[in-house]
Design a protein around this ligand. Structure first.
Ligand SMILES: Nc1nc2c(ncn2[C@@H]2O[C@H](COP(=O)(O)OP(=O)(O)OP(=O)(O)O)[C@@H](O)[C@H]2O)c(=O)[nH]1
Ligand SMILES: [Mg+2]
Length: 411
């Protein structure tokens, strides 16, 4: 049984028509992802958001009538609402009102898989809820189990002020512990010195599809926004035998509320530690430029914009015009096409070679272990046995900060 949703949206003069429309489209997608169906969209052009009602007072009557007529369960505003606006609108339109942030939090809550992810989502939800409780607590507690009331896992979101406060403290305490554990794990991984690649991109770009195809695993793939919340990491091998870890990440969206950015810092920090980024773009999307820019901006904010990156223009099967890439280096593929996946692996290796330093080493026949290590940790391009020297000659590429790099001369 899907909830029937009415969307209320205010368009301000500084927002272009296209931008407004794409934010509406995104909100509609988000509603679907949350399991609702959008029955009506009511919009209004305004100089400013109405301080008390968000949308104009006349419009609130229109919303109430439409809600009654269409059996609406839930009204969702396209912008974040203040405590006052939320309360007033609730009273005015006669059905439950939530805002875009609550909707996104609700989706995150359902997607959270790791302990840390769940804790962070619940924390963000509680911190959002706390200032918006209206003393009485009646409006909040009358909420059943619908969109905007779900906590991570099976729990219902806490609605009592006192309980919320102590739960927030509790979560923060637990988070500290979990974060420390994760850091230790990461440090171990770093000292193992495994190369790490992060797949990033706008939501629905095809990251998880690509990740699955690359790893033959079955990370969740859904035609829904935010199919991925917590990062997944697997090991893959490039054609030369080079081994790398690859991580799928949660998709970015435009205007992600600050409180949510904070909640997902752990996912984003992982991006920061990557040695290389695959930036997946839905090349068939009409919002392609905007989406690509949103991701670039966020990478910049994270300080991850200096990490070498390959642009992966995906969904080429959906393109009917000539595609002009905007960023280099790049590859145009369909993640659904096996040949394209092979091309991507080759292109990835090419791109790494361009970034790295070439080397030649001579190894004695008894240095098989070292040879094996070179094959896995560097990109070996040539390998042959030189009889007169009684040595293996290895040509390859190695990244500048690899621990073996400084030893290269000595081999
Ligand atoms: N036609 C076509 N569809 C694709 C391609 N790659 C992915 N898709 C579809 O696009 C939708 C989204 O794919 P996902 O892999 O879940 O996207 P994502 O980037 O991981 O999305 P989030 O995790 O929500 O950020 C799914 O329905 C995929 O089947 C492609 O190359 N061509
Ligand atoms: Mg995904």
């Amino acid at each position: 049984m899907s909830e029937r949703i009415l969307i209320a949206a205010v368009k301000k003069p500084e927002q272009s028509d296209e931008r407004f429309q794409s934010s509406l489209d995104e909100l509609i997608s988000l509603c679907k992802t949350a399991g609702g169906s959008v029955e009506k969209v009511i919009t209004q052009n305004r100089q400013k958001i109405h301080p008390a009602y968000y949308i104009g007072e006349g419009k609130t009557d229109e919303i109430r009538e439409a809600a009654e007529q269409l059996n609406i369960d839930l009204v969702i505003s396209n912008n974040e609402l203040s405590a006052g606006q939320l309360g007033n609108l609730n009273d005015r339109v006669g059905v439950q009102v939530i805002d875009r942030s609550q909707l996104i939090l609700d989706i995150f809550a359902r997607r959270a898989r790791t302990k840390e992810g769940k804790l962070q989502v619940e924390l963000a939800q509680l911190e959002y809820t706390l200032p918006r409780l209206r003393g009485k607590g009646e409006e909040m507690s009358r909420l059943g189990a619908g969109i905007g009331t779900r906590g991570p896992g099976e729990t219902k979101l806490e609605t009592d002020q006192r309980h919320i406060r102590s739960r927030i403290d509790d979560i923060k305490r637990q988070l500290k512990l979990v974060v420390r554990q994760r850091e230790q794990y990461r440090k171990r991984r770093k000292t193992n010195d495994v190369f790490q690649i992060a797949i990033v991109g706008y939501t629905n770009a095809g990251k998880s599809t690509l990740f699955n195809r690359l790893t033959q695993s079955n990370a969740m793939v859904e035609n829904q926004l935010f199919a991925t919340l917590d990062p997944l990491t697997r090991q893959i091998q490039l054609p030369s035998g080079f081994q790398t870890l690859i991580t799928d990440t949660v998709g970015f969206i435009q205007d992600l509320p600050t409180s949510l950015v904070a909640a997902f810092r752990s996912t984003l920090e992982e991006v920061n530690e990557a040695d290389f980024i695959l930036h997946v773009v839905d090349a068939s999307s009409p919002d392609l430029v905007q989406q690509q820019q949103t991701v670039n901006n966020l990478l910049h904010e994270l300080g991850a914009d200096t990490i070498p990156m390959l642009m992966v223009y995906n969904k080429s099967d959906q393109l009917n015009t000539d595609f002009i890439p905007m960023q280099h280096p790049y590859i145009v593929i369909s993640a659904l096409d096996t040949t394209d996946i092979r091309h991507l692996l080759a292109k990835l290796e090419e791109t790494l070679k361009n970034e790295w330093d070439s080397y030649t080493v001579h190894l004695r026949p008894d240095q098989g272990k070292l040879l094996h290590r070179l094959e896995q940790e560097t990109i070996v391009t040539k390998r042959f046995f030189q009889e007169d020297e009684n040595a293996y000659i290895i040509d390859g590429y190695i990244r500048q900060n690899h621990p073996m790099k400084s030893l290269m001369k000595e081999y």
